[in-house]
Design a protein around this ligand. Structure first.
Ligand SMILES: [Ca+2]
Length: 569
């Protein structure tokens, strides 16, 4: 067991009096980081109805309702504890360019039995919706969430209505709110609401989300590290404009070999993706010591597997068991990494992995580039934005000049004074000294078979964080790859895990997460069955998720279905 640090010493450290000066007394000369004190429980003060009267002085904020929610009410798929639901909006205004109504709509769910903590939920996609504030941030969602655990949880639409679609990008302030300013605006308001509700502010504050929510988490870790103690980022699309352009680059490649130009999936069918996934497993599955349908040793596989050499080239017509030479030529650059017209990489490579046959790959590869990425690149991020009245997503994607698109997400003008790469991405993302030096912690997970945001981009980020910290960042930030997992969940993977509990233990008790045990969601799983699981897996298979660069390796004995038979090496 790890000793609980003295509350006094921890409080001094929080105040910065010990700061970086405390050194380990065990012969290790690594500077010891401050240990934050644990949160303590609290109770809702007064009634939910009476809370509204206490919130009338919040700056630039209108509270629309405070509503009692009974214990057991299903919120976000799980029975919630008894709580007070606060709904409201900040900074209501009329857009100067488009005349539309804008505000940062939010809700907070405040459990009557409070664990002393605040959780700021980063939402996915292009925001625009106040997703129920449950803090459902763990992989394989469904068994628990931050609200059930007793956190006071905030969710917002990040400053625009979903009914606008990507057209909110016409409004310069809505761009900035989506990028980072809504988070900065909401944070002190939320802490004030908690103060009013419980008689004290949060002891500890956490930020988390997956996909665009992971991006919000990365941005918050860079911009608002003084406001949060723990960060949990899943599949962080922290360079979202470039990821979207790379995805459009992919669509253009698929279009070269699609047999039906109106259906890009005909370029690389489900049967063909299964053929490639099986070829990856044939070369790489056993490298971790277990032939189990999971490639844990991602780096070894990178040099071992070759699309050109290890996937049969069709001798005749395509039949799903081979790729044509033209397909290999078209598809390989998508995985080796999208490039400009001069061959310069601008986003990231994608590893070949077993989850290429997984359920959401077809959506992200063939539908999202024309249906989603276009609106982002053309209207939310480009300077100047395209005209929404005449915008045609599919035509835009397939005709896009990649070099020009990259220039546009880096551009500014008199109306749009901050570029998308500035407002969407964390400034200097590997510079996390504020977070580190105050004792805050960061955990990041990413599916190896994520086909929209690349696990390799997150790996490159983490390598940069390591370099910026003398080669080892594991005392404040850890990165976990999830083999086989698609975007945020799914794929032939163990995608059900609880990193929030692990993060709290690290932040508040100093218990570093050496591994996180993850489960498959097989038949009977309470959170819903993952349809991508292979039939020969146990329904309850478990695996350790290992902090990079460690890899889960089979011990050589024990059940291949059990995490206990594997260790992080
Ligand atoms: Ca394996």
């Amino acid at each position: 067991m790890h000793p609980t640090p003295s509350r006094v010493a921890a409080a001094l450290a929080v105040g910065g009096l010990l700061g970086f000066a405390g050194c380990g007394g065990d012969g290790d000369d690594t500077p010891r980081l401050p240990q934050l004190s644990p949160a303590s429980t609290g109770a809702f003060s007064g009634t939910c109805a009476a809370l509204a009267a206490k919130l009338t002085t919040l700056a630039n904020t209108t509270i629309s309702a405070t509503t009692d929610v009974a214990a057991g009410t299903v919120v976000g798929g799980l029975p919630a504890p008894a709580h007070c639901l606060v709904t409201g909006a900040m900074n209501a205004r009329t857009g100067a360019v488009d005349g539309n109504a804008y505000a940062i709509q939010f809700e907070m769910r405040l459990p009557l039995a409070w664990n002393g903590r605040f959780f700021h939920q980063g939402n996915g996609g292009i925001d625009g919706s106040v997703v129920p504030a449950t803090g459902a941030v763990n992989g394989g969602w469904g068994l628990s969430n931050a609200l059930v655990m007793g956190f006071a949880v905030l969710s917002s639409d990040a400053g625009h209505a979903g009914s606008l679609g990507p057209n909110f990008g016409i409004d310069p302030q809505a761009r900035l709110d989506y990028g980072y300013q809504a988070v900065g605006t909401l944070t002190p308001m939320a802490k004030s609401v908690i103060q009013s509700a419980y008689g004290r502010g949060p002891d500890r504050s956490y930020f988390g989300g997956c996909s665009n929510g992971g991006r919000h988490t990365f941005v918050a870790a860079a911009r608002y590290a003084d406001q949060y103690d723990g960060f949990l980022a899943g599949a962080p699309g922290f360079r979202l404009p470039l990821a979207a352009i790379a995805n459009i680059f992919g669509a253009q490649r698929y279009a070269q070999v699609a047999t039906n130009p109106a259906d890009l999936s005909t370029a690389f069918t489900a049967a063909e993706r299964t053929t490639v996934a099986n070829a990856v497993l044939a070369k790489c599955d056993a490298l971790d010591g277990a032939t189990d349908g999971l490639v844990q040793d991602v780096e070894a596989c990178r040099t071992r597997f070759s699309l050109a050499a290890d996937v049969p080239t069709c001798a005749g017509a395509r039949d799903g068991t081979c790729l044509s030479a033209a397909q290999k030529t078209a598809i390989a650059p998508i995985f080796s990494g999208a490039t400009t017209s001069t061959g310069a990489p601008f986003y990231a490579s994608f590893p070949y992995d077993s989850g290429l046959r997984g359920g959401d790959v077809g959506f992200w590869e063939f539908i999202a580039p024309v249906a989603l990425d276009t609106g982002g690149v053309g209207i939310i991020w480009g300077v100047p934005p395209e005209n929404p009245a005449t915008f045609n997503g599919p035509a835009y994607a397939l005709g896009l000049d990649i070099d020009a698109a990259i220039a546009r997400v880096n551009a500014t003008n008199a109306t749009y004074t901050e570029s998308a790469m500035s407002f969407m991405t964390p400034p200097n993302p590997t510079q996390l000294s504020t977070l580190k030096n105050r004792g805050a912690k960061m955990m990041v997970y990413h599916g190896v078979s994520d086909s929209i945001f690349s696990v390799d981009d997150t790996k490159a980020w983490y390598d940069g964080v390591r370099t910026a910290n003398g080669g080892d960042a594991s005392n404040f930030a850890r990165f976990y790859r999830v083999p086989g997992m698609n975007h945020c969940s799914g794929g032939p993977s163990t995608d059900q895990f609880d990193m929030l509990t692990a993060l709290v233990a690290w932040v508040e008790q100093g218990t570093a997460p050496e591994q996180v045990v993850a489960s498959a969601r097989g038949a009977g799983n309470a959170a819903g069955v993952n349809p991508d699981l292979p039939a020969d897996w146990s329904a309850t298979r478990t695996r350790p998720l290992c902090p990079y660069p460690k890899v889960a390796r089979y011990s050589g004995s024990g059940s291949i279905e059990s995490a206990a038979s594997f260790s992080c090496q």
